[in-house]
Ligand binder design. Structure first.
Ligand SMILES: Cc1cc2nc3c(=O)[nH]c(=O)nc-3n(C[C@H](O)[C@H](O)[C@H](O)COP(=O)(O)OP(=O)(O)OC[C@H]3O[C@@H](n4cnc5c(N)ncnc54)[C@H](O)[C@@H]3O)c2cc1C
Ligand code: SF4
Ligand code: SF4
Length: 375
């Protein structure tokens, strides 16, 4: 069988594991990609000439629709490999891209394929999604133009993002006053996310510091119930944010209203600062949304999930990378909310567990074969 290419593996979604002695994993492209994207032949050198020649523009998904992309495009700056995909929904098939391609590798006739990949062990690291913007109706995240998703804020702050710095989505103006609403999708049984998402206090502080660095005169206020600065050096990071002028207000935001000019009025039940309910205006609001599992197996992989939907771990304290099924390992946010350093540690543990498992399986099969027993 042909060895699968990295970009094919990257799209793999369903895994069916048939047991430790005849391990087989069948991977197929995700439903969402079927018919949407086409892949290019191996000759692509990633020069982007096709992208530059293509005129139809579409909202760029990676920038949460705040920037644009061509119909043929490299999905994002850090994509591996740096090879374009073609979106037939926006392509007008005028062939400009094919004419400028120096290696003549664009194939408009390519069809989606189903791949089957045999593997001796599987590591699931399907990460996180954030709670939907409309999860809490009272915040208007799915209605108001200037209520932003924190991942979109990551993109607008990024030097390779759509603007390179923070601008209001409604009018492209520099915001003078930005609010962060903490626990905007966590610690809330009413939306099915009773747990703390662990990373939002720290990413809000990080983004707030970055806004202050880019625009000294922009006020940034974080409304919070608790600041959970739990990791090494995190308390110092929190103190640094305060020293750099980030304001923190202990209080629960009950409702966000859109007022004139797409500005926002926050009704806040203050816990400190004398208590009571205040209405405070801001130009831009970021909802610190909750972390939920990036993928739910729904029977595609025979392993257990816990009450919060994250993959179950057999022995949390001693074998945090082992799932409830032999031969399937788990790492990162797939097992519960965590930050990048913790996800990397788990990835290393999962890789080591998988390597040991393959070694054990191979030894056992060799012994059985030596004894004349068919595995
Ligand atoms: C707004 C925001 C800001 C953050 N900032 C920081 C920060 O500054 N520092 C920090 O330490 N942490 C930060 N975090 C947390 C950080 O994002 C996570 O710790 C990290 O991404 C976890 O890595 P992961 O590999 O487990 O999951 P992910 O990064 O979510 O990666 C999972 C991958 O699996 C893919 N995938 C999902 N399902 C499937 C499937 N079925 N088949 C194939 N592929 C699939 C996804 O597309 C994704 O590429 C932030 C989180 C948010 C929401
Ligand atoms: S054929 Fe499609 S992808 Fe190629 S340049 Fe024209 S519109 Fe863009
Ligand atoms: S990390 Fe902070 S904002 Fe996020 S759920 Fe926990 S306490 Fe709330």
């Amino acid at each position: 069988m042909r060895k699968p290419k990295l970009r094919e593996l990257r799209e793999a979604i369903k895994a069916i594991f048939t047991g430790p002695y005849t391990p087989k994993t069948f991977l197929t492209p995700p439903e969402s990609l079927r018919g949407l994207t086409k892949f290019f032949e191996d000759d692509c050198i990633g020069c982007s000439k096709c992208e530059l020649a293509c005129t139809p523009l579409a909202p760029h998904e990676f920038d949460y629709g705040l920037g644009a992309r061509a119909a043929i495009y490299i999905p994002h700056g850090n994509a591996i490999p740096q090879i374009p995909v073609l979106d037939p929904d926006y392509c007008i098939f005028d062939g400009h891209c094919a004419r400028v391609c120096p290696t003549n590798c664009i194939d408009f006739t390519q069809q989606p394929q189903e791949l089957k990949v045999q593997a001796g062990a599987v590591i699931i690291a399907t990460g996180l999604k954030t709670t939907p913007m409309g999860a809490k109706k009272e915040y208007g995240g799915d209605k108001f133009l200037n209520v932003m998703n924190p991942l979109a804020m990551e993109r607008v702050q990024s030097s390779n993002g759509p603007y390179g710095h923070v601008l209001r989505p409604s009018d492209g103006k520099i915001p003078k006053s930005v609010a962060y609403v903490q626990c905007a999708g966590s610690r809330d049984k009413s939306i099915g996310v009773p747990y703390c998402s662990r990373v939002c206090c720290m990413y809000a502080l990080k983004q707030a510091i970055m806004i202050k660095h880019q625009r000294h005169d922009t006020e940034v206020t974080i409304y919070y119930m608790d600041i959970r600065a739990f990791g090494k050096g995190y308390e110092q990071f929190y103190r640094r944010a305060l020293a750099e002028g980030v304001r923190v207000v202990k209080g629960k935001v009950g409702r966000i209203l859109e007022v004139e000019n797409h500005d926002l009025a926050l009704r806040v039940e203050l816990i400190d600062e004398g208590g009571g309910v205040s209405e405070i205006r801001h130009d831009l609001v970021v909802l610190s949304q909750g972390t939920i599992p990036g993928w739910r197996p729904d029977g595609a992989v025979p392993i257990g999930v816990d009450a919060d939907g994250f993959f179950e771990i057999r022995e949390v304290t001693t074998r945090p990378a082992n799932s409830s099924t032999e031969g399937i390992f788990v790492a990162g946010v797939a097992t519960g909310p965590k930050d990048i350093p913790d996800a990397i540690v788990e990835a290393g543990a999962a890789a080591m567990e998988a390597a040991m498992y393959l070694d054990r399986t191979w030894r056992r099969q060799t012994e059985l074969a030596g004894a004349g027993v068919e595995a």
